[in-house]
Design a protein around this ligand. Structure first.
Ligand SMILES: [Zn+2]
Ligand SMILES: [Zn+2]
Length: 272
C-alpha cells in the first residue's frame, strides 16, 4: 500500500468510526494490525479516512479479492483488473506497462490487504462468501477452496504475503498478437466488433487459423473475405506466425506484440 493510492477515489462507504491503535500501521503492512488494541494509546478514526487505501479505483467499491500489480503495487479487485487487462496492458492508476504482452503475469492476490479490508468493513466478508457460495450452488458446482498465501519480495524491498500468479499461460502459446481492424468494404454484410484484440497463440498457427478465429468471433458471412496484412505485406493462408516474425523481424513488432491489420472485402468467389 502506498501514498499514490490517495488520489481520486470517491467515498461511497459509510462514515463508520472505529478504533485503531497508533501503532497500527496499515500502510506498512506490519504483522500486528493493532485493531485488538492492547496497552497502547487508542484513537478514533473514521472508516472513510481509510477509504483511499481500501477502495478499488475501478469499481469504487471495497476491494474484493484484492489483487496487486507487482510492478507498481497498485491494488484493485481481481475481477476489475482482469477485465481491465482485456483491453490494455497498462496500470489503470499510474499507466505503467505492467507486462509487454501478458499483464496477468504480473498481478498477485493480496491476501493480507484483503484481510485488512474484511476486518475494517463490517459484514463484507460474510456477504461476499455468501454471494460466492450462491453463485456456485445455483450452477450446481463445487465451491472452490481458498488458496494459501506465500510470502514474496516486492521491488520495494518489503516482504508481503501475496499469493502466486493469478494465471499461468502455457509456454507453447509463445506469440502475442494485436489484431487491428481496418474496416469493411461495402457489401460484406453485418459483423460483430472484435471484442478482444490481444490474443496469445502458438507460433505454429497460420494466417488461416487467424482468419478462422476472426470469422468465428466476428460472425462473418461467406461472402466476406478477410485480408490480413503485416506492415505492407499481404499475408498468405499457409504462412505461420513464426515465419512471419522471422521474415519481417522487428518491423512487425510493437510493444512485444506481432501487429496484424485486417480488413473485410468481398470474396472473389462471390463476384464470379
Ligand atoms: Zn473493483
Ligand atoms: Zn500502477
Amino acid at each position: 500500500m502506498n501514498e499514490e493510492l490517495c488520489d481520486s477515489v470517491s467515498s461511497p462507504a459509510p462514515d463508520t468510526a472505529l478504533q485503531l491503535t497508533r501503532s497500527s500501521s496499515i500502510g506498512d503492512y506490519e504483522e500486528s494490525s493493532g485493531i485488538d488494541g492492547g496497552e497502547e494509546e487508542e484513537r478514533m478514526i473514521n472508516l472513510s479516512d481509510l477509504n483511499p487505501y481500501i477502495l478499488c479505483s475501478i469499481c469504487k467499491g471495497y476491494f474484493i479479492d484484492a489483487t496487486t500489480i507487482t510492478e507498481c503495487l497498485h491494488t484493485f479487485c481481481k475481477s476489475c483488473i482482469v477485465r481491465h487487462f482485456y483491453y490494455t496492458n497498462r496500470c489503470p492508476k499510474c499507466n505503467i506497462v505492467v507486462h509487454q504482452t501478458q499483464p496477468l503475469y504480473n498481478i498477485r492476490l493480496d491476501r493480507q490487504l484483503q484481510d485488512i479490508v474484511y476486518k475494517l468493513v463490517e459484514n463484507l466478508e460474510e456477504e461476499e462468501k455468501k454471494k460466492m457460495c450462491d453463485f456456485y450452488r445455483q450452477r450446481g458446482l463445487e465451491v472452490p477452496k481458498p488458496a494459501t498465501p506465500q510470502p514474496i519480495c516486492t521491488g520495494r524491498g518489503r516482504s508481503r504475503k501475496l499469493l502466486g500468479p493469478v494465471f499461468r499461460i502455457p509456454p507453447e502459446l509463445d506469440v502475442s498478437l494485436l489484431l487491428e481492424f481496418m474496416g469493411a468494404a461495402e457489401g460484406t454484410g453485418s459483423f460483430k466488433p472484435l471484442e478482444k484484440k490481444f490474443v496469445r497463440v502458438s507460433g505454429d498457427a497460420t494466417i488461416g487459423h487467424v482468419e478462422k478465429f476472426l470469422r468465428r468471433k466476428m460472425e462473418l458471412n461467406t461472402a466476406c473475405q478477410v485480408d490480413i496484412i503485416c506492415g505492407d505485406h499481404l499475408l498468405e493462408h499457409y504462412q505461420t506466425l513464426r515465419e512471419i516474425l522471422a521474415a519481417l523481424g522487428d518491423s512487425a513488432i510493437q510493444d512485444g506484440l506481432l501487429v496484424l491489420h485486417f480488413g473485410l472485402v468481398l470474396s472473389q468467389l462471390s463476384l464470379l
